[in-house]
Write a protein of this length. Structure first.
Lengths: 148, 534
């Protein structure tokens, strides 16, 4: 059975709430475009997420606007928390997937000081360090027990 | 289908199987190794692509139950607070291990005599010392001479870099006056025997794309195959066969073609780890061995030892360099390794200091520890933990308990219909007291190093990666399964060379020791071929 796709504008707006824009450097997670990556990972959880998104839109409508996207930005977080409390697992599941998808995005990697490339094949330089710090240990008596 | 007989059949191509295969190859006996997994391709390891960190929850998860690869067999570990971690491939669990490679201590072989608990090994540190040295050369072990926690030893490669994290943690230990030292690590810190040097990719526990980590698919196996050993992959052994005289005659396995084969052999060597080996023996019943092969003692599967692990993570104000470098190999502290009765428990533990986490792991750790909220505070919170964590896992010695055991599950089976192993394990009071002490000292160490907050977890559920004791070594057939040279008491041509022969667990990673034992057993076999079955 083919599952109905997620309501994209609500999904994107929700992701932007979970991980907002980072200063002027990065847009929020949804606007960054990680939604399709997350949707592909949801599998059997797709109906749960669809229900959560529908609940967000429904509750926004109760508050006098058409849908979640139409709600003033400052009011969205509390609505997400409210729906998260009513639909167990909905927010936590998306937070888990959002964190995983967001922090593998090359733009995010560059924003936090990485190259944006996978670790291999360049690797990283690492300082050898000061082995002289071991001098106090070298001066110690033998720590292991001798066995006859 | 019956295969042409060979001289030596080795079951399992992991750490020990590789070492004994290579060592015996010089005899020019016909040697075949059967391995249920396949060859791994380093180009497929997660560090080669974006988002690879997430694969620790999927294809590169530590638990075979989470991975569900056909090469894996399921494990019923519901009745154990510590869950099994292993890997089936050429290289076995060395494909995923961290390559933290300490030796056991001399006292680890005399626990009964020294501390009045457990048993003494029938061999000692001096017996294994030349085999530790040989294994260091074959695996390419990096380290630093002069550690007062060990008898003198020389290693072929310089130590892994301290980095800023190593210096920070080391300075903390110095403030406390505690022992620390660069970890012995099976990592090529320089180009070594055709392998390129480590380039500090980070998570060694998802495979090494560089080939610098000493897994046996890139160390022993190429040399063994050049010397003529035949390695057959995707061949899952169902049982070891015996004749009416009680001698092993070979093994029945399911081949890559899905059909059963009988590989006959003059000598059978089992190297399937502390869960896989007893599983195979218990599944190899016969009229002569109704309770499992080589099990007249009733001890096959019993005395299962893990290392109860704790993990302590610290958050620092300063930016560190934790995402660089071998995650599990930096420095080790054995300040609390040897028994001190005043602590309230017997034996001791090692601090295996860890570097930091990659960006995804940082985020998920933040989520699980409540430090990384979603929403308006997310970025500020992330900046406080990204590249600002370091910590340790604590390797606590596990005392043998006959009730901790591996049996065959009555219902669960692998993809070829072979009964899966079932684990029954309870943490001892000694372990619980040791874990409490270890966590408190671990917090102390991280705070001395400058950590502003810490988070600890003990015991660590996924830490069932050291599997020992289940066919233990001894002189008395009533209280052991194999003799001091790895030969089973009951079957004169059946040998075991993996962690299952351990008598005690020590407080260190077992791979170096189990490989040294494999080399020692191989040496004895080579010197005594004409009387091997006496």
């Amino acid at each position: 059975m083919t599952e109905a796709p997620l309501t994209q504008k609500t999904f994107v707006a929700l992701l932007d709430e979970l991980i907002p824009a980072r200063d002027d450097v990065l847009p929020g997670a949804g606007s960054l475009g990680i939604g399709s990556h997350i949707e592909a990972k949801l599998g059997e959880a797709l109906p749960l997420v669809a229900a959560g998104l529908a609940a967000l839109d429904a509750k926004a409508h109760e508050r006098g606007v058409d849908d979640f996207v139409s709600l003033p930005v400052g009011l969205r977080a509390s609505l997400v928390s409210e729906v998260g409390a009513e639909i167990p697992g909905f927010v936590d599941l998306l937070v888990y997937h959002a964190y995983g998808a967001y922090y593998q995005n090359p733009r995010v990697a560059v924003a936090i000081g990485l190259s944006g490339e996978p670790p291999y094949p360049r690797g990283y330089e690492l300082e050898e360090g000061n082995l002289g710090l071991l001098d106090p240990v070298r001066e110690r008596e033998k720590l292991y027990r001798e066995v006859s | 289908m019956s295969e042409e007989p060979v001289d030596v059949l080795i079951i399992g191509a992991g750490a020990a199987g590789a070492a004994i295969a290579w060592s015996l190859a010089e005899t020019h006996m016909r040697i075949v190794c059967l391995e249920q997994g396949g060859w791994m391709n380093p180009a497929d390891y997660p560090t080669t692509r974006h988002g690879g960190e997430m694969e620790q929850f999927g294809a590169f998860a530590l638990s075979p139950n989470a991975r569900g690869r056909r090469e894996d067999y399921p494990v019923n570990d519901d009745d154990s607070p510590i869950k099994i971690s292993n890997f089936n491939a050429v290289g076995g669990s060395t494909i995923l291990y961290a390559a933290h490679f300490p030796r056991m201590h001399p006292s680890d072989f005399r626990v009964k005599s020294l501390d009045g608990v457990a048993e003494d090994w029938p061999i000692d540190y001096q017996t294994l010392e030349p085999w530790y040295d040989l294994n260091a050369r074959m695996m390419g072990v990096a380290g630093l001479a002069g550690d007062p926690a060990y008898p003198p030893k020389e290693l072929p490669l310089p130590p892994v870099p301290l980095g800023k994290i190593g210096e920070t943690l080391g300075e903390g230990f110095n403030r406390l006056g505690w022992h620390w030292w660069p970890s012995d690590s099976a990592i090529a810190t320089r180009d070594y025997q055709g392998r390129a040097a480590c380039i500090n990719l980070g998570p060694c526990i998802m495979g090494c794309a560089q080939g610098a980590k000493g897994s046996t698919d890139v160390t022993y196996w190429p040399a063994a195959i050049r010397e003529g050993v035949e390695l057959r992959t995707h061949c899952r052994v169902r049982e070891i066969t015996v004749d009416a005289q009680g001698m092993a005659t070979g093994a029945i396995y399911v081949g890559e073609d899905g059909t059963e084969h009988h590989q006959r052999a003059e000598i059978v060597i089992v190297a399937c780890n502390g869960v896989g080996t007893p599983r195979l023996l218990l599944n190899s019943t016969s009229e002569r061995f109704p309770d499992g092969l080589a099990n007249s003692s009733g001890l096959v599967g019993r005395n299962l030892m893990f290392h109860p692990y704790a993990m302590v993570t610290g958050v620092f104000d300063e930016s560190l360099d934790g995402y660089k470098g071998p995650t599990g190999c930096s420095i080790i502290s054995q300040e609390f390794y040897e028994t001190d009765p005043s602590r309230g428990f017997k034996r001791g533990y090692s601090f295996e200091m860890l570097r930091g986490m990659g960006p995804i792991a940082t985020a998920l750790w933040g989520m699980s520890s409540g430090r990384l909220p979603w929403g308006a505070e997310h970025h500020e919170s992330y900046d406080k933990i990204w590249n600002r964590t370091a910590g340790m896992v604590i390797i606590c010695e596990d005392l043998p308990d006959v009730n901790n055991r591996v049996t065959l599950d009555p219902e669960l089976k692998d993809a070829d219909g072979i009964p899966a192993p079932k684990i029954e394990y309870t943490l001892s009071d000694n372990s619980l007291r040791m874990l409490d002490h270890a966590v408190a000292r671990g917090v102390e160490a991280l705070e001395a190093a400058g950590a502003k907050e810490t988070r600890s977890e003990a015991p660590l559920p996924p830490a069932g990666w050291h599997l020992m004791g289940t066919t233990r070594m001894g002189r008395d057939p009533a209280s052991s399964v194999v003799d001091p040279h790895g030969r089973t008491h009951d079957v004169k041509n059946l040998f075991i060379v993996d962690g299952s022969v351990f008598v005690t667990s020590g407080g260190v990673n077992p791979t170096n020791t189990l490989q040294a034992i494999a080399l020692y057993v191989a040496d004895h076999m080579k010197k005594n071929l004409d009387s091997l079955f006496d």
